[in-house]
Design a protein around this ligand. Structure first.
Ligand code: SF4
Length: 443
């Protein structure tokens, strides 16, 4: 029955109309039927049927297709004033081609709009899948499995609401990261590692920060780029808010922001999360804090830290290679890095053995070309410590033992914070997140 009726329809169409064209534009189709001047429709402008993809809309009519749908159809005299005085039988194939050109233009515009709309839909679907990761959260190796979308909190202390403690053009990172104008640093509330000596304890332990949406955060970063000329976007310990970070990077790209995106990480990352990050990351700045499992257990409650962190850093290097460039320009200013991995190690007071073994492990795993930053900025905070000896700053002697070991191993891409060059009275490395500029000492 269907076939007979289709054949009948085609015969009827071909007997009534003498010109028929079908054009396909992306997932839309235009059918144009021109009745002969002597046929049942008399001299007339063509009938046109526009079928939009996914059957969202079916439009038919004989009006001006260059106007958007929903607007009142203009009369032929309004749409084609130069033809006002022509008779209908003067409309020939040249008119057809002119009309088709208008229609083509409209449809091309429409296709672009629809492609944009489809992309947004696809992204929305992707966001939905991403934010679903908060449901039985396993974003970090702690693998708490709690449903953060229902307000539950795992070890990191945060629900699925993004909270931010500070955003600033930060100049306290290594020269290829801070460059001359600073790194656009975002400090998120919460942390999946929560070391007992954390210098950012106000946000990692005490929950300082305020809720912020992806859109607002993206626009703030774009403003920071315009006003301060930041070289990159820098997410500080973002594992527990990874879905938000990925949505944010996508939003930044749509706003035309092409700065490198940097993940400032504790080293305690799961491979699954790192693989998710890969398309949204350019630079990784992981710590390698502990070679000593017992120390990791006592200070950060993760005895598996050494093996997890080495595996995580391997994955980061597989994705991005070593940090580059590591050079300065002709005026001696650091050239901002574009891509790669730079590993950091904070030397803890009274824990020199941990540092020496950490450097040996890094050398054995990744070789002497690994870009490595040795930090001496440890400052005791006013909290009881699980370990004696952490209640004082690092001694120069302790620091020099570690740097000597790094040089003996042959590390040649080293960034070093000499304790002698730091002024302890400024204490610039313990930020105060209750102030509008938490790092006032180093900006
Ligand atoms: S991100 Fe937080 S809730 Fe999720 S697994 Fe890690 S510590 Fe647990």
């Amino acid at each position: 029955m269907t076939t007979v009726s289709s054949i009948s329809s085609v015969s009827l169409v071909s007997s009534v109309f003498h010109f028929c064209s079908i054009s396909v534009f992306g997932d839309s189709m235009l059918i144009c039927l021109t009745p002969p001047p002597s046929g049942p429709f008399g001299p007339s402008r063509p009938f046109r049927f526009l079928i939009l993809g996914e059957a969202q809309c079916l439009y038919s009519g004989r009006g001006d297709f260059s106007r958007p749908f929903g607007e009142a159809e203009a009369s032929p005299t309004q749409s084609r004033p130069n033809r006002r005085n022509r008779r209908n039988d003067e409309i020939d194939e040249t008119d057809e081609i002119d009309q088709m050109d208008e229609t083509n233009e409209y449809l091309e515009r429409r296709t672009v709009e629809r492609t944009r709309a489809n992309r947004t839909l696809a992204e929305n679907r992707e966001d939905k899948a991403l934010f679903g990761l908060y449901r039985a959260c396993r974003l970090c190796p702690r693998g708490c499995g709690v449903d953060r979308t229902r307000g539950r909190r795992g070890f990191c202390g945060e629900t699925s609401t993004l909270r931010v403690a500070a955003i600033e053009a930060h100049k306290g990172e290594e020269p290829p990261i801070s460059g001359s104008r600073g790194s656009g640093t975002v400090f998120f509330t919460g942390c999946s590692l929560r070391c007992s000596f954390c210098q950012n304890h106000q946000i990692s332990h005490e929950g300082l920060g305020h809720p912020m949406g992806v859109e607002e955060l993206a626009r703030t970063l774009v403003c920071l780029q315009r006003e301060k000329g930041i070289h990159n976007v820098n997410f500080v310990t973002p594992d527990h808010v990874l879905p938000h970070c990925m949505a944010l990077v996508r939003r930044l790209r749509r706003l035309g922001c092409k700065m490198p995106v940097l993940y400032n990480l504790s080293g305690y990352q799961s491979l699954e999360s790192l693989r998710l990050m890969e398309p949204c990351a350019d630079i990784y700045l992981p710590d390698f804090k502990y070679s000593d499992r017992d120390l990791a257990a006592r200070l950060s409650r993760c005895p598996d830290y050494p093996s997890v962190a080495l595996e995580a850093i391997s994955e980061m290097i597989r994705q991005k290679g070593f940090l580059f460039p590591l050079e300065e320009d002709s005026d001696g200013r650091p050239i901002p890095a574009q891509r790669g991995v730079l590993v950091r190690h904070l030397i803890l007071p009274s824990q020199v053995r941990n540092s020496l073994d950490a450097l040996t492990m890094l050398f054995v795993e990744f070789g002497k070309d690994l870009p490595l930053s040795l930090m001496s900025q440890y400052t005791p905070i006013k909290r009881p410590s699980a370990i004696s000896g952490l209640d004082r700053p690092l001694l120069p002697d302790e620091f020099h033992k570690v740097i000597e070991h790094a040089l003996q191993l042959g590390f040649r891409n080293l960034f070093v914070q000499y304790p002698e060059e730091m002024d302890p009275s400024d204490r610039p490395f313990v930020p105060d997140f209750t102030r509008p500029r938490p790092f006032a000492g180093n900006i």
